[in-house]
Design a protein around this ligand. Structure first.
Ligand SMILES: Cc1ncc(COP(=O)(O)O)c(C=O)c1O
Length: 362
């Protein structure tokens, strides 16, 4: 019999999310666990979002506005760009897939870093687009020379997460400018800025400020991290109108839900909520990073809402032991087998994490 699926689909492995709290309860009987595994906002959504979603719930018999007009309008004002330069996604993840469906063919090629966000590879595999995954430097920093060297005459898409996940490292202004200038014109460069709100390094710059450097640039943003509405699934892309128009053609009708549209608009109206979280994250990133370093662990410098930490034993073992203490973090695949990615939580949550790590290391 013919194979059920083509070889590229055969090679795909489902995306493995952070372990849900309910699953820990089912499997280990542990109540009151803390989840520091998916880079979610530990303060929860803004009260304005909850109110807006409640109000929108009475309209659930209607389809959402398929063009997302109001949200795109608000985002256009927020960023000072025309509405036709904004495309909405069911999370920025959907836009990553959309990019892989829209621009490259299986005769083209994509470039991205490794370790980086796994969905660039999944998107390429799904569309059967050949790719080169370019290793980061030894110290987990971006290697712009290597990224540029991996670009071939067939390369059509280049993904960079800035700051990167799972390392938390950022690409500074000089490197980013060089990448945007020197990547050949035909390539669509995708700057995935899911963690942009948390970045405060003096040389950090959003690619939104560097749009003049190249035509084919798409900047991805999300409401899932700093804005605290991961459950609503809303992300967006900003790029030249021509590029955005093609993404719009490939988009499924009504890809962002009615609750998502309402919740994201409300989230934009509460910048103080985001600012509170960003300030908390900055304090806790320094405190938790310092405490883990004092325990003799290597902590990668982070510009995001998580830290990547190296242990002397396989991370999987530490991960399992932490689970038994009711703390869910994220184990990493090779070459980060000895590392764990830990989302920064509230102070009490982080205290619980630190206490659990001390116990496990004893
Ligand atoms: C770098 C990066 N990009 C994109 C996403 C996808 O986020 P969402 O689909 O919730 O917008 C994530 C989520 O973890 C991420 O880490």
């Amino acid at each position: 019999m013919d194979a059920l699926v083509p070889p590229n689909v055969e090679r795909m492995v489902p995306y493995k999310p952070g372990k849900p709290l309910e699953e820990l309860k089912r499997e280990y009987g542990i109540d009151h666990a803390v989840k520091l595994a998916s880079n979610e906002n530990p303060l929860g959504p803004s009260p304005l979002v909850v109110e807006a979603v409640r109000a929108a719930a009475t309209q659930l018999h209607f389809y959402p506005d398929g063009s997302g007009f109001d949200l795109r309008h608000d985002l256009a004002q927020h960023h000072g760009v025309p509405m036709n330069e904004i495309v909405l996604g069911n999370g920025s993840n959907e836009l990553i897939d959309q990019v892989c469906r829209t621009f490259p063919t299986p005769d083209d090629h994509a470039v991205f870093g490794t370790p980086s966000f796994v969905c660039y590879e999944l998107g390429c595999l799904a569309e059967n687009v050949p790719f080169t995954a370019v290793p980061l430097r030894e110290n987990l920093a971006w290697d712009v020379d290597a990224l540029l060297a991996a670009v071939t005459p067939r390369t059509k898409v280049l993904f960079v997460a800035n700051p990167n996940n799972p390392t938390g490292a950022h690409m500074g202004r000089a490197d980013l400018e060089r990448l945007l200038r020197e990547t050949p014109e035909r390539v669509v460069v995708v700057l995935d800025e899911a963690y942009v709100e948390f970045a405060d390094a003096p040389d950090f710059v959003s690619a939104l400020e560097l749009r003049h450097l190249r035509e084919r640039l798409l900047v991805l943003r999300t409401f899932s991290k700093a804005y605290g509405i991961a459950g609503l699934r809303v992300g967006y892309g900003i790029g030249p109108a021509k590029l955005v128009d093609f993404l719009q053609r490939m988009r499924a009708p009504f890809n962002v839900s009615l609750l998502g549209l309402a919740g994201a608009r409300a989230a934009l109206k509460d910048p103080e909520h985001v600012a509170r979280y960003v300030a908390l994250n900055r304090r806790e990133r320094a405190r938790v990073g310092g405490a883990l370093t004092e325990l003799g662990l290597r902590v990668a410098p982070s510009q995001a809402n998580f830290v990547l930490v190296e242990f002397a034993r396989p991370g999987r073992e530490i991960y399992e032991a932490l689970l038994r203490h009711g703390v869910i973090v994220r184990a990493m695949p090779a070459p980060l087998e000895n590392w764990l990615r830990i989302t920064l939580g509230t102070e009490p949550q982080n205290d619980r994490l630190l206490a659990a790590v001390r116990e496990v290391l004893r």
